[in-house]
Design a protein around this ligand. Structure first.
Ligand code: GBH
Length: 499
């Protein structure tokens, strides 16, 4: 048994059993967890006082957009089955559980004048049960399920939604602050601003050259405002840390040509710097290359002003440095080549970025079209973050793969093995300041536009059974072994739980 002060969760007991020489072991205070998100697992979409979210509205009104025409109406029914989830967390032996809180379950209309007591009760019970089992909660405040009422006001494109987010955050800090030591304001703003306003995600917008930038702008404001509010009103009382989670694939130049090298860096600035630069750079603003490109292309499209909004000086100060840790989600790698350089009539984020993105067909596939297995990309993005933002404190908040159906998920076992080797090198050889790893996901769940057709779980969920029975896959036992020892097993044997 060893005791350590952990930056994220304060004093906790760490399990450090079973290390043997010759294995790749992580530092003793490195922590392990698993992740889920409210809309993807909870179900109970319209019971016990919960309001409608944009994902409820979207899946109900556009079932054709979802691969199997499904929705998160019942999902894994974690609203009723969360005790089963806790048993699995215990079985895995994880030190923390990353889950998200559904805004419309707490505030059915989005506003803090009407708090749903049953929503508070649900998350209190969950958090209490976690503590009773010595599992730390790592809480995401927003994993994409915006109250529909706020979408009706324009959603994240309306600056006032940032104020309502701060009100919501205050309700969370007040009620759960004493028991939650690590908070994530937003999960993957790149995903929900870009795919919500220029892809196929809720709310189904199609104006990435305008709305995606407005969304990002207000999300960054909401993040900064929440961080400062936490500092002023809660930090001294409850303690705790507030961070943000960004999705960062690795973007590798398609060739060694100077053009492709430059384009890859432009793409990194557009996709990661868009959010990380305002928070982590000394300037506290959007990356200069984004500013230059979008200003210039807007001008050539005869817009009266740049489509990329501008922060006030006060906002810059508020947002700069507004994160105690960087949550990093990493799954895969893409290749980047120089684009054709044409200015499109219809403005778009992709046209502003001006690159061509692809993947190598020979990279091994997952069961998702976008996700190929490229373990070395993990080490590269971690080193890029270290170099670009002065080695910030990082928690890997998601990493995982969709696998073949069934319990024999060798794809997932191999993925974990390979990606953890890459992570291990970043931590122990490159000096990247990374303190924890979170596997996505604890169990199969509603995979957004792919419905239930793509399985990311360490545990399989049976969607034909009323209780949504959960069964460990081979990877669950494998991951439990890593959690227990802090080391990557040298052989992938003994892969079943003993009951
Ligand atoms: C994460 O996003 C999410 O946080 C999580 O909720 C989700 O379940 C998990 O990944 C697994 O997908 O289909 O070509 O348009 C990961 C980043 C960004 C990956 C959007 C999929 C869509 C690519 N995601 N992307 S495409």
């Amino acid at each position: 048994m060893c005791w350590k002060i952990l930056l994220l969760f304060a004093l906790v007991t760490l399990r450090c059993e079973g290390r043997s020489s010759g294995q790749l072991c992580f530092p003793k205070d490195f922590t392990w967890g698993v992740a889920t998100a409210s809309y993807q697992i909870e179900g109970a979409w319209n019971t016990s006082g919960k309001g409608e979210s944009i994902w409820d509205r979207y899946t109900h009104s556009h079932p054709e957009q979802v691969f199997d025409h499904s929705s998160g109406d019942v999902a894994d029914d974690s609203y009723h089955q969360f005790r089963a989830d806790i048993s699995m967390l215990r079985e895995l032996g994880v030190l923390f559980y990353r889950f998200s809180i559904s805004w419309p379950r707490i505030l059915p209309e989005g506003f803090s004048n009407d708090v749903n007591e049953d929503g508070l009760r649900y998350y209190s019970e969950l958090i209490n049960e976690l503590h009773a089992n010595s599992i730390q909660p790592l809480v995401t405040m927003y994993h994409w399920d915006l109250p529909q009422t706020l979408q009706d006001l324009g959603g994240w494109t309306n600056p006032i939604v940032a104020d309502y987010f701060v009100d919501y955050a205050r309700v969370l800090f007040t009620n759960f602050g004493p028991k939650v030591k690590a908070w994530i304001t937003f999960n993957e703003p790149l995903s929900f601003c870009r795919s919500g306003y220029g892809g196929n995600d809720a709310p189904g917008g199609h104006s990435s050259g305008l709305e995606a930038y407005m969304c990002a702008h207000n999300v960054l404001r909401a993040h900064g405002m929440t961080y400062r509010m936490f500092e002023a009103e809660f930090k001294n009382k409850t303690g705790g840390n507030v961070g943000i989670t960004l999705d960062m694939a690795w973007l590798e130049p398609a060739t060694t040509s100077e053009d492709d090298q430059k384009s890859a860096e432009v793409a990194r600035q557009f996709m990661f710097g868009w959010y990380a630069h305002p928070i982590y750079s000394k300037t506290g603003d959007y990356p200069p290359i984004m500013r230059r490109r979008i200003d210039e292309i807007s001008r050539r499209q005869h817009f009266p002003r740049s489509r990329l909004p501008t922060f006030t000086e006060e906002e810059v100060k508020m947002i700069r440095g507004s994160s105690d840790f960087l949550g990093l989600n990493h799954y895969t790698t893409y290749l980047v080549a120089k684009g054709k350089g044409k200015v499109a009539v219809q403005p778009s984020f992709d046209n502003d970025m001006g690159v061509i993105i692809s993947q190598k067909p020979e990279w091994p596939k997952s069961n998702s079209t976008w996700l190929r297995v490229v373990p070395w990309g993990f080490r590269k993005i971690l080193n890029w973050v270290k170099k670009t933002y002065d080695n910030p404190l990082v928690v890997i908040t998601e990493n995982g793969i969709s696998s073949e159906p069934g319990l024999q998920d060798s794809k997932r076992v191999n993925y974990i093995d390979a990606y953890l080797r890459s992570l291990h090198a970043a931590v122990t050889q490159d000096g990247c300041n990374i303190i924890g790893y979170t596997h996505w996901s604890l169990m199969d769940n509603f995979e957004w536009m792919r419905g239930y057709s793509e399985r990311f779980g360490l545990y399989e969920v049976d969607y034909t059974s009323p209780q949504r029975t959960r069964t460990p896959r081979v990877s669950a036992a494998y991951y439990a072994k890593i959690v227990k020892t802090g080391c990557i097993p040298s052989q992938k044997y003994s892969l079943v739980f003993k009951y």
